[in-house]
Design a protein. Structure first.
Lengths: 230, 230
DNA sequence: TAACGCATAATTGTCGACAATTATAGTTCA
DNA sequence: TGAACTATAATTGTCGACAATTATGCGTTA
């Protein structure tokens, strides 16, 4: 299963491959946020016809990475503070509920697996090399496991299939590669505990606080950046 | 603004029009749930080319009315009990949060407008003609106003642009045209009161209960239907 | 008879071209 | 000089055809 999106199947059609490539380019900023997309240009760049490219654009629109206006064209979404806030509030609602559902629906095996992942991350945390990478990857792994554990196809599709592309984009663009290491870790631990206790109400509450804290952390970093720029 | 979807702009391109037509056909059951979609057939039926039809199919997929498998084709989604439950749980999360945001962000004017709508519905409720229609329309109007009142583009898009097509489909397919008249009405009243008091926490709680009650109501009706069929 | 394999038919994915709409640049007129 | 209009260029939307993949039906064989 692909690391960056646990719901999608392997790209089989060329439109899928082009979609993945452009998606990466947008998330990592190789295609600038807010920039206009020229269909003929991109089609030439990726060596496909415009029809195929438009199919890829449709999928990019599905996960809110681009916006289209009829008879005008497509633009990459902007990364604004307002957008970040809206995204995290939506995450709070959806992942909170997913966490509640996970507490109700996760299998024993899944819970064991999740605990194993946590203890593995606790050792990986001490590594000096690539700490940031492990922390971000660890955070994503944790959230994906909870979401999938909800066993709710609607929630899984909305969060993993749509929201998380934007989440990764904001993380990349604002340089949030090493967020709140230790505190996030202990928060993860408590959430897993609540799930393990089958306490859906507490699990939801903790997940919502966890995401709200993450949001405030990013807001602070942005405020710092703004202060430095003055 | 169109009654059935307050976020979408008027259909300008032919693909838009075809999308709307097929959407209605699916929601109201003219195209059977679970049935396979033949691109050449539908294209002929709606007098457009396959490219245009595929553009429409992409939008249907965006609001989860059809599912596509690469190299195989599209199917209209099934209306299952499991799907209904998942949908309403997602609604509970998203609309609950939207309601909290509405309590925080709605303008005074919007609140006045919403109260006016409620009192208008209270009189319309006494009408003998088309009671069911007014009740369903009234319910949708209320929910749309709350969602738009959140002033959160992400939430608005997810709920109005995606989930509500499915909600209306389930309502049509299971014949839920006159749901819980009086009780739903008083629940609406209390939610508006909480929003008017700027009590986000209570507003979210009440909206979640309101949707959960609606879910249970539908579950009961389905159980009744199953009992009759035995 | 049932199951496997092959050839055919049908469907989806991709392509290039044309039509319709929008953006651009140049010109005219107040 | 600036604003509005026009003609041109560029972009998006739509179309029909071909290529690749999948489904179907028949014949063969164990």
């Amino acid at each position: 299963m692909p690391l960056d999106n646990p719901t999608k199947t392997l790209a089989v059609t060329t439109a899928d491959k082009v979609f993945e490539q452009i998606q990466h380019a947008i998330v990592e900023g190789d295609i600038l946020a807010g920039s206009k997309i020229s269909e003929p240009e991109l089609a030439k760049q990726y060596q496909v016809s415009r029809s195929t490219l438009r199919e890829a654009l449709n999928r990019l629109e599905k996960c809110h990475l681009i916006e289209r206006k009829p008879n005008v064209g497509s633009r990459v979404v902007e990364c604004s503070i307002k957008g970040l806030l809206e995204l995290y509030i939506t995450r709070e609602a959806l992942e909170g509920m997913a966490c509640r559902q996970a507490a109700e629906n996760m299998t024993g095996e899944e819970i064991v697996d999740m605990k194993a992942m946590l203890s593995q991350h606790s050792t990986a945390q001490d590594l000096q090399d690539g700490v940031a990478y492990y922390q971000e990857k660890g955070d994503l792994d944790f959230h994906y496991k909870v979401i999938l554990g909800s066993h709710n196809a609607q929630l899984i599709n909305l969060i993993c299939g749509q929201l998380y592309h934007l989440v990764r984009m904001y993380r990349c663009q604002f340089g949030m590669n090493s967020p709140r290491a230790s505190r996030a870790f202990s928060e993860h631990a408590r959430i897993i505990e609540a799930i393990s206790d089958r306490d859906g109400e507490l699990a939801e509450l903790l997940m919502r606080r966890h995401i709200a804290a993450s949001r405030k952390n990013i807001e602070n970093k942005i405020a710092e950046q703004n202060k430095l720029n003055q």
